[in-house]
Design a protein around this ligand. Sequence first.
Ligand code: NAD
Length: 446
Amino acid sequence: MNIAVIGTGYVGLVTGTCFAEMGNNVICVDNNESKLERLQLGHVTIYEPGLEILFERNIREGRLIFTNDLSNAVNECEIIFLCLPTPQDEDGSADLSYVMDVAAQIGAIMKDNNDYKIIVNKSTVPVGTSRKVSNILSDSGFINFDVASNPEFLREGYAVEDFMKPDRIVIGSDSPHALAKLEDLYEPFVRQGNPILKMNPESSEVTKYAANSYLAMRITYMNELANFCEKVGADVDLVRKGMGTDNRIGKRFLFPGIGYGGSCFPKDVNALIKTSIDFDSEMTLLTVVDSINKKQKLKIVEKIKSEFGENLSGLKFGIWGLAFKPNTDDMREAPSIYIIRELLKLGAKIKAFDPAAHETSKFYFDSQIEYSLNIYDAAENIDALLILTEWNEFRNPDFNRLSNSMNNRIIFDGRNVFEPIKMNEIGFTYYSVGRQVVNKTDKVNL
Ligand code: NAD
């Protein structure tokens, strides 16, 4: 099939590349000239495991091209995927201007042309957006089209794997033809038997928000539970295992930490809250989730203050991990941003290491923080180490080397990467999430 993908960011680039990998001809359109130039030169613009090899192969074989020519892409392709940003607006709602602008442009391109098109919305958009896109297209005089909602569930860091073998595909449309066509397109991705769920556009649009908000709520529950465990002498890791082995609960997504971040959960929770208010059916549970999450991002700073006092000037902190989660260079709404800003405000100096996110971080911090070559460099002459992203390469460091390079053997671990008992044995003061603090001077019996 000939497919156009409009917007070549995290979702669009993965979508375009994976569709090309399944033998489709894909034209990716973006209006960011510098991004486009890099893509056209054959450079992958995001860090995503497994993407580069597919990207290079499909460019080489002529199935994947990048352009700013929307008109040509729309004319050439029957199926047009919108993978455009829907950032949070000031009132919490999803800003639909990117989606609506491109829908209007497609309408203008097609108004004198009767070729049939399916416009598929992969961006995360509030319920009712399919109808709005449909209205914009027909208002411009274009009539031969169907609109479908096809929310994307990929996880950054596993995006290629998730796209190639999705748990499920959700397609929402009132058009049996569009549903059948998209089912054909996705069939090769679900050969193991995972379902393609067809529904009306409203249900499809709500499904995406329902899934993300549920996951955000689950993490938030664990974060609050972790704070409680710290106060009462419980170990949240043991509690997590004790509850997660109940099949009704399940083991995944029960890890407490420093709050959820990323480009999706925070904005999607807020957008669902806003839509629920608009429809006079407020989801107050989510309002609480959002507010707990904001506080959770700064809990680690409270722990730092309990150790060093309110004034951190003259102190230097090493940071392992800047990305909002491992295996990505994405820092949108990353807890690290809030934590580093707060530490800088309190007078601290920061040196940081992340395996992928230094370039992204410069956008947020410019030269306000130092960047290190590796984990040991980030620990050299620091007063304490903070672990903010659980990259695998942080899990088994040479603790002797760390001890020798740090001014104080103090770690604030926002991701529970190490075992408290081990840290105590090797003489570190170790703060983690939902578990008791161990102090280098007191050997404890955990
Ligand atoms: P992104 O910001 O990484 O990418 C969007 C791209 O659209 C950018 O490259 C931008 O230059 C381009 N663009 C903007 N206006 C354009 C226009 N008029 N014409 C052509 N290109 C244009 O965003 P993303 O993370 O890929 O997210 C896209 C959508 O998918 C959002 O609605 C998001 O909520 C949703 N989503 C994201 C993820 C994720 O993990 N990132 C997962 C599922 C769903």
